[in-house]
Design a protein around this ligand. Structure first.
Ligand code: ZN
Length: 404
């Protein structure tokens, strides 16, 4: 039954909307699952992407595991030039064994053709030796025999580098992380044009709110975005002159720079919710810091804003994790359970009777029912005399429900 439901969800996501940018699915029912993938509106590419994601999900569902298993799929999306799109999907599975793998797609719209490294680089053969030499230097346990058969199927392009990826089994390395090699674009004889990212306007202004000492205040928080619903959430907030704090997932940030800048400009705040939405309590100190720092960098790069707040994924954390970052951990005291109840009325019942001044309400960006309930929540609380503030403002006014 559950498998069928997931399949229906995916099919709905793919066919339901035409102007959406990506798909996200986060679940913690019997497992920790976080799946994000882009919607390019190029049919053949979108079919390839969703069929890969579905295949990976079923592979995960059929794996054996001792503890609650975990699946994380995150993505990059890059318009290499006006005609060519590059998408990467990184998968991490934590079950009885740990699997890291990558899939990339490069598609040329005019020729209606998926591109390979041969289409991008002139005389790949003469580069082959250099690549293998560098791989052996970087991954000294790699097996030379395996390396000689290695293919260049997986690559991404950014403004500086062409990055080659190899699944660990391909070069018989003991690394359980993905193996990659950055090659500076300047050093390559390229067969296609590569457009640099446009420098976008990063300006944002923080709107100050007038709050008096005896005002009743409340902070709405949205986890797991940005998503195809973020703009609709912002529309509701704007209509009622309200605001929220959005704890965003880092790998989704680059695709939504414009919406995140709008979020800030309309008086809301951005917080950090990790890069890949992994369960943090399973990470080493270095991996945890990597999840935090990559998200800080992405938000700074695409909005100019530097978050000071962190919300742990699945609400799971330890005191050790808290000590590994300067960001302030923020939980909540009112839980809408919007991901679970899937009904506007139940969400309202979970929220409205439980709010007091200083409350932090947990909701999720990316859920239809949550969006449906939002307008009633905002209207009702405003009628009750509440003023909406960001979590940072709650801290500033010293009215924070004690989340620690
Ligand atoms: Zn989350």
């Amino acid at each position: 039954m559950r498998k069928l439901f997931i399949l229906i969800v995916f099919i709905f996501f793919i066919s339901g909307c035409t102007n959406e940018r990506d798909v996200s699915y986060i679940s913690e029912d019997n497992e920790y699952v976080s799946i994000s993938y882009p919607v390019t509106n190029i049919n053949i590419l979108d079919e390839e992407i969703s069929s890969y994601v579905n295949k990976t999900y079923y592979e995960f569902k059929n794996m054996k595991y001792a503890d609650k298993p975990e699946l994380n799929i995150s993505y990059t999306y890059k318009e290499i030039n006006s005609d060519t799109v590059n998408v990467s999907l990184k998968t991490e599975i934590i079950a009885d064994k740990k699997i890291n793998k990558i899939k990339t797609f490069t598609y040329n719209k005019s020729n209606k053709k998926f591109l390979t490294m041969e289409d991008l680089i002139n005389d790949l053969e003469s580069l082959d030796y250099e690549i293998k030499k560098e791989l052996l230097e970087k991954y000294q346990d790699a097996d030379m025999d395996y390396l000689s058969n290695v293919s260049y199927d997986y690559f991404t392009v950014d403004d500086e580098n062409l990055t080659l990826y190899f699944n660990p089994a391909e070069i018989k390395s003991n690394h359980d992380e993905l193996i990659y090699l950055d090659i500076p674009l300047d050093s390559l004889d390229l067969l296609i044009d590569i457009d640099k990212s446009k420098d976008e306007e990063l300006y944002f202004s923080i709107k100050k709110k007038n709050i008096a000492a005896d005002d009743k205040v409340v902070a709405l928080t949205f986890d797991d975005g940005p998503s195809k619903y973020t703009e609709s959430i912002l529309d509701v907030l704007k209509k009622y002159d309200a605001c929220a704090t959005f704890f965003v997932v880092g790998n989704r940030v680059p695709f939504y720079g414009d919406i995140l800048r709008r979020t800030l400009n309309e008086g809301s705040e951005l917080g950090n919710h990790s890069y890949d939405h992994k369960l943090l309590t399973r990470l080493s100190k270095e991996d945890f810091q990597d999840e935090v720092n990559k998200t800080q960098e992405a938000i700074k790069k695409f909005t100019g804003f530097t978050p000071t707040l962190f919300r742990p994924t699945y609400g799971g954390y330890t005191n050790a994790l808290k000590s590994y970052t300067d960001l302030r951990f923020v939980l909540w005291d009112v839980d809408s359970r919007d991901w679970e109840v899937k009904s506007k009325e139940k969400i309202l019942k979970n929220v409205l009777p439980n709010v007091k001044s200083g409350s932090i309400i947990l909701m999720h960006d990316g859920l239809k029912y949550g969006l449906n309930a939002l307008e009633d929540i905002v209207k009702d609380l405003k009628n009750d005399g509440y003023k909406f503030v960001t979590v940072s403002e709650l801290l500033e006014f010293n009215k924070l429900w004690d989340s620690e």
